[in-house]
Design a protein around this ligand. Structure first.
Ligand code: EPZ
Length: 419
């Protein structure tokens, strides 16, 4: 048996959504808990499988983990330094243990990280930085191994602002001897959340959110409590659904200050948006303007919004373009959108989307987390019924997507069907 979403499109969406903590902040924050045996609590964690997998990995490493109404407390230091293969393959996020485990235990063995199939996703930037801090690394088809008796500070020039590498190197540097500077670091809000937690734990860090992050190693870290930035990708995905279906949604708990690039392509003659405090109210009449969008590292339009927003472009009159500059193979959803009648041509890393024709329901297959979210958005606006499989990918980053959208009036159910 497998789980699918059965979606009948065409319903306008109306209501309010509580935006929870960002998956891509919670995961590195949980990894940071390995850097102290004192209790570390990450608040407002979403109930998604990537977080559940991370909790399993922490427990498998020997930490004590208590989950209570979205607040996750981790206590103790890892006894194991090898992430169980069945878990490490479950998600890419196990990569975020690399820096913390090397710093805390002096060695780590990580089987080839799993997660979405959206490109090669090498680890050279992670490993180059760790080697410059004194680690020895090996990386082959079975995975990566990292050893270091003692890490020391270093100036590390990052050839690309890799989010995960920035997070790993910050976590490796917080207890290293001396000062580390990451030059060309990623600036994502999720990294700012991680640094805020580390600082509360006693780390000496500055420059988060800028291209140069400076860390001076300290002897020990304490426990702390911190809340992650709200999930800008979940908020953006809900906006995409309202843009496609028409309607009005209130995003409670969203943080407009980190959503500039997410919001801007939605603004046009047929939409209306008000933001104040921790709320965004977004309205759309479902008649979208064609747009030209290009993904990039923060503060540019996030690659994780590429598929959900391309679903909107399929409904926008005229020719839109979507240029994916971050991952080299993140267009798997296009073949599925074409089954619905989408007219999309791909030239290199740019998709040309002609939204002049209508979209109709089809049998769809998600191949990755955000591609699956994009297909769900497209199906919500299509004529007739769609059956979307690969729901397990969507569950990695969205809490009960079917409940989220049906609470806004969509016709979407989760069903178990034979393989
Ligand atoms: C993080 O992945 C996110 N995952 C991704 O979200 C997100 O798409 C990505 O950052 C970009 O914003 C988490 O935070 C758990 P990168 P990460 O290292 O760290 C290349 C989702 O849907 N690269 O910034 O793996 C890499 O191949 C997920 O929530 C190297 O070449 O992304 C890619 O082309 C998907 N060598 C580019 O950099 C390296 O050593 C960006 O990757 C590292 C990365």
């Amino acid at each position: 048996m497998k789980e699918v979403f059965r979606i009948t499109g065409g319903e306008a969406l109306e209501g309010r959504v509580e935006v929870r903590g960002a998956k891509n902040a919670v995961l590195p924050m949980l990894a940071a808990s390995l850097l102290t045996e004192e209790p570390v609590t990450v608040c407002d964690c979403p109930d998604i499988t990537d977080v559940a997998d991370m909790v399993e990995v922490l427990r498998a490493l020997g930490a004590e983990v208590v989950c209570e109404r979205g607040n996750i407390t981790v206590k103790g230091v890892p006894r194991l330094t090898e992430i169980p293969p069945h878990l490490a393959c479950a998600m890419r996020s196990s990569v975020f243990m690399l820096g913390a485990l090397t710093a805390q235990c002096g060695e780590v063995r990580l089987f080839t990280p799993g997660g979405c199939r959206i490109g090669a996703r090498p680890l050279d930037i992670h490993l180059d930085g760790l080697e410059r801090m004194g680690a020895k690394t090996e990386y082959d088809e079975n995975g990566v191994r990292c050893f270091a008796d003692k890490l020391h500070g270093a100036d590390i020039i990052m050839r690309y602002p890799s989010v995960g590498a920035t997070e790993n190197l910050v976590m490796a540097a917080v207890k290293a001897e001396g000062r580390t500077r990451l030059i060309g670091a990623a600036r994502e809000p999720e990294i700012v959340s991680l640094v805020r937690l580390l600082r509360r734990m006693g780390a000496d860090i500055s420059g988060e959110g800028t291209p140069v992050i400076s860390v001076t190693g300290v002897k020990e870290l304490d426990g702390a409590v911190a809340r992650p930035v709200p999930d800008r990708i979940v908020a953006g995905t809900v906006m995409a659904a309202v843009a496609v279906c028409g309607g009005r949604v209130e995003l409670v708990g969203a943080d407009p200050s980190v959503m500039g690039a997410v919001i801007s392509p939605f603004l046009g003659a047929h939409t209306f948006l008000v933001e104040h405090g921790g709320r965004i109210v977004f309205e759309s009449d479902g008649m979208l303007d064609a747009t030209d969008v290009r993904t990039g590292p923060y503060p540019l339009f996030p690659t994780d919004m590429q598929a959900p927003f391309m679903a909107c472009q399929c409904y926008a009159a005229g020719m839109s373009t979507m240029c994916e500059t971050v991952f080299e193979d993140r267009f798997a959803h296009i073949a599925q959108l074409r089954k619905m009648g989408a007219r999309i041509a791909v030239v290199g890393s740019t998709a040309f989307v002609d939204g002049s024709e209508g979209m109709r329901g089809a049998r769809l297959e998600a191949a990755d987390l955000r591609g699956g979210a994009g297909l769900a958005v497209a199906a919500l606006g299509a004529e007739g019924e769609s059956v979307l499989s690969g729901v397990r990918f969507i569950d990695r980053g969205y809490e009960s997507m079917e409940k989220l959208f049906s609470s806004l009036g969509a016709k979407i159910t989760r069903e178990r069907v034979p393989e």
